[in-house]
Design a protein around this ligand. Structure first.
Ligand SMILES: [Zn+2]
Length: 444
């Protein structure tokens, strides 16, 4: 692999342990890693001039449902709360198959790449008509992003008092068997891994207590992470109290769903005791501010989580509840939403960027990602700040306060994924056309 030398960056926001910010500096990439950062670096390498640009670690997306890029802004679900929104969309999702999973993942990952993301998780919890986790893994390999797919699941259908239609749920034995299959086939625990698999029953209201516990045991056997939705809104808390006789934090703790190998999406409604539980157990949170706004779920207490030491990352959530998948704008929204709750000094632009980079990497147990320093993976976003969005700014914090909202260049493991604002690994117009053809066929 050719060495790459990024030179003359206006500012490099390293997000290293000292949070160093370097002006007029260079980065040398060798064998997928950052070899050196400093001034006046020399190497026989492919040169990228980053003058006029801010360079950051690639952003990390800790929660998504890529398949939902095929059901953005569906009319019946545009103004519904979580449970009503789900009931509108389930019948459409039940018509998906392998091609829908593959193409929608390509679109979702390309959208993330264009907005600065180099590492994304995905939560796929329905497998109709022969769809498999493999379909999304194949898409990620084509786009070239570092990928943490999770094998999700739903097992309690309407006839058993659950929310999803019976056609979208699976037998629990089959779920556990497929979880083992995908971990054995795709999970790479090594440093610099491009694919790590997690296990992720959809939510406490769509699987049994037994499946939650069995999944936790299996994840620990296999040494993989656990992920689900938790405490998303008031309906979710009421369901937990009615069905399980306790709050979601207690439910999670009882079933083995706390620890540094677990991260939960949303956590909008965690109370003080639950935040302490998460901090104590190093349980991670995927904060999804746009989705929380879109579904009217509330404002997650991120200020309080961070102050007490809960690991917090950022997620765009699925494209049926965002309905965008722009990760840098998600970081901006995270910053703004804490300010709505707690005032203008509640979250700085730099802190929001930290959550979006090293914060997310830490939630996913990837200390090799999310910061720019020698020895870390060469996952790098280059933002051109000479455009209209940034005109008149002189502080790199303007990246979140002003813009731009798309990258100029993006590297993952030292490979260029975005070049001059275009996806370099896909014929994107062709993929968009294919996606729109599939979407038209899904319209009810
Ligand atoms: Zn979600």
């Amino acid at each position: 692999m050719t060495d790459i030398l990024i030179i003359n960056a206006d500012t490099i926001l390293t997000m290293d342990d000292q949070r160093r910010e370097l002006s007029g500096a260079d980065i040398l990439i060798r064998d997928g890693q950052i070899e050196q950062i400093g001034h006046g670096l020399q190497a026989s390498a492919e040169i990228h001039d980053a003058s006029g640009c801010v360079v950051t670690p690639g952003l990390v997306n800790t929660h998504h449902h890529l398949y939902q890029t095929l059901t953005r802004a569906v009319p019946g679900g545009q103004d519904a709360l979580l449970f009503g929104w789900l009931k509108t969309l389930y019948p459409i999702w039940s018509r998906f198959g392998p091609e829908e999973m593959f193409v929608s993942a390509q679109i979702g990952l390309a959208e993330l790449a264009l907005t600065g993301c180099t590492l994304s998780s995905d939560h796929l919890y329905l497998y109709p008509n022969g769809a498999r986790l493999d379909d999304t893994i194949a898409a990620a390999a084509e786009v070239g992003l570092r990928f943490h797919p999770t094998r999700g699941a739903m097992s309690i259908g309407e006839s058993d008092g659950g929310l999803p239609p019976d056609s979208l749920v699976e037998a629990e034995a089959a779920i556990l068997e497929d979880m083992m299959r995908v971990v054995d086939a795709f999970h790479d625990p090594s440093e610099g891994a491009m694919c790590r698999v997690g296990l992720a029953p959809c939510s406490p209201f769509s699987v049994s207590r037994d499946l939650m516990r069995d999944t936790a045991n299996l994840a620990r056997d296999k040494g993989v992470m656990l992920h689900t939705h938790l405490a998303e809104n008031d309906e979710d808390i009421a369901y937990s109290q009615e069905q399980f006789g306790c709050r979601p934090g207690q439910y999670a703790e009882d079933l083995g769903w706390t620890g540094s190998d677990v991260w939960h999406a949303h956590c909008v409604k965690l109370d003080g005791a639950e935040i302490d539980l998460f901090a104590r157990s190093r349980t991670g949170v995927a904060h999804c501010p746009c989705s929380n706004c879109r579904l009217g779920s509330g404002i997650a207490p991120v200020r309080s989580m961070r102050d007490r030491g809960v690991p917090v990352g950022l997620g765009v959530d699925g494209s049926a509840s965002n309905d965008s998948g722009n990760l840098i704008l998600e970081a901006r929204q995270a910053m703004l939403l804490q300010r709505v709750a707690s005032g203008a000094d509640a979250m700085s632009s730099r802190e929001a960027l930290e959550i979006a980079t090293r914060g997310g990497a830490d939630v996913l147990n990837r200390p090799d990602c999310g910061r720019l320093e020698p020895g870390k993976r060469a996952d790098i976003a280059i933002w051109d700040t000479r455009g209209i969005e940034s005109a008149g700014s002189w502080d790199p914090a303007a990246l979140l306060l002003a813009g731009p909202a798309r990258v100029k260049h993006l590297f993952v493991e030292g490979r260029q994924i975005v070049r001059d604002g275009q996806i370099a690994t896909l014929d994107l117009p062709r993929v968009i056309e294919r996606q729109n053809r599939l979407a038209r066929a899904l319209q009810p």
